[in-house]
Design a protein around this ligand. Structure first.
Ligand code: CTP
Length: 405
């Protein structure tokens, strides 16, 4: 099973119909909540005879809706708002009766009205006795629902509540979660694409307590890694010293300190990835020698000899296979576009993200950035000042284009 992180923060409407399998809905709610989803239970009036709304509201931490009106206050349970709120609707158990209503466009209860109002993907997990399941009308309705784009979570076979044996048993809650997460992930534009991202500064040691570093916060690289992972990529994030924390739990993070360590980690993973986005602010120079002990204050000047670090991006550019996509960053203060193009060509990149320190709100530490994207055909797109998350989205859109080229 893929990680349940696919469901984190998702608004899920769980529709429950009148079927003995409704008892499994309690476990399903629990698993969805554990996976970080916001769960709104909507029951058909009949479903409340099989499992109590109190059980489900306790587990989902929200009131459960089964009527158009809240009987106590007379308030309206707005099906349109519910339908629009949902990122995903799951109808489990889906009874033969509710499936027939869904297929026919009937909306005589809150759940069927929510179904008709929802614009998001709808999954349905049927549950019924084997002969009801086999009936032509049920099978017709299922075909119809699938032709509308609804997604069937097939029932299993086994002993049924009637005592008969056969197909019609609702998929187990764990199977529903696996089905859902697999299905959501496989439809993402970067599903299972391995991508390497570097972020943050590097620190080059002078002695055991001092280093040469830079002001990079890592915000841009972490926003990129989060965005790529949210698009389904398997992200390896090589991070220099930074206080940033990834939002996406699927990201594999490798912490390094120096440019040499970043080079080593990049070389270890580069061959296995489809794309690499080097947003780290790698030190260009490191002390020639690192003192074993803390350097003591002395009279006069202190000179520290510096040697060039390896240009990681250039090294990767020289190793790049056909089809691999390499993205670099250029932070410039003058002659911005020309310098960026020089880097793009010298380092054999497919895309360079240019930011100029002359633009207010761009560059290090800010939560915003203003970038120009230049590809290897020298097509140039200038973007407005945006949040780093929005900039990450723009860069990801280009990365997707380049990967699919
Ligand atoms: N970079 C790298 N390894 C280095 C230095 C930089 O991989 N040792 C990468 C950065 O991650 C960035 C790109 O190269 O994606 C541009 O970095 P920058 O320091 O601006 O470019 P340089 O080629 O070092 O040129 P200059 O410092 O002269 O501007």
């Amino acid at each position: 099973m893929l990680g349940n992180y696919m469901l984190e923060g998702k608004n899920i409407i769980l529709g429950i119909c009148g079927s003995i399998a409704a008892y499994k809905a309690a476990t399903l709610v629990r698993l969805l909540i554990k996976a970080g989803a916001n769960v709104q239970v909507v029951m058909t009036p009949d479903a409340t005879n099989f499992i109590t709304p109190l059980t489900l509201s306790t587990l989902s931490k929200r009131p459960v809706y089964s009527e158009y009106f809240k009987p106590d206050t007379g308030e309206w349970n707005n099906h349109v708002e519910l339908g629009l709120w949902a990122d995903v609707v799951i109808i489990a158990p889906a009874s033969a009766n509710t499936m027939a209503k869904m297929a026919g466009g009937h909306c005589d209860n809150l759940l069927t009205a929510v179904y008709l109002s929802a614009k998001c993907p709808v999954y349905f997990a049927p549950a019924m006795d084997l002969d009801m399941w086999k009936h032509d009308s049920t099978q017709d309705n299922i075909d119809k629902l699938q032709s509308f784009g609804n997604i069937l979570i097939p029932p299993g076979s086994g002993e049924l509540a009637s005592g008969l044996n056969g197909e019609g048993r609702m998929a187990e809650p764990e199977e529903i979660i696996t089905f859902l997460t697999d299905d959501i992930k496989k439809k993402l534009p970067l599903a299972n694409v391995p991508i390497l991202v570097t972020a943050g500064p590097t620190y080059e040691a002078i002695d055991p307590v001092r280093f040469i570093g830079n002001h990079s916060s890592g915000k841009m690289g972490f926003a990129l890694a989060d965005e790529l992972a949210a698009l389904g990529a398997d992200v390896i994030l090589i991070a220099g010293p930074t206080a940033q924390i990834s939002k996406q739990k699927s990201i594999k993070r490798i912490d390094i300190i120096s440019a040499a360590e970043m080079l080593e980690a990049c070389l270890l993973h580069f061959d296995t990835v489809k794309a690499c986005v080097m947003s780290a602010a790698v030190a260009d120079y490191a002390p020639v020698t690192v003192a074993d002990q803390k350097i003591k204050k002395q009279d006069g000047e202190l000179n520290i000899g510096l040697k060039k670090t390896t240009d990681i991006l250039k090294t990767l550019g020289a190793k790049k296979r056909t089809g691999q996509v390499l993205v670099g960053f250029a932070l410039e203060t003058q002659n911005e576009e020309q310098y960026a193009i020089d880097k793009l060509q010298k380092k054999n990149l497919d895309l360079i993200v240019l930011n100029s320190l002359n633009d207010a709100g761009a560059g290090f530490k800010n939560d915003t950035n203003k970038v120009t994207l230049i590809d290897s055909g020298l097509n140039n797109t200038v973007y407005e000042l945006k949040t780093k998350t929005e900039v990450a989205r723009d860069i990801c859109a280009k990365v997707i284009e380049l990967i699919k080229k």
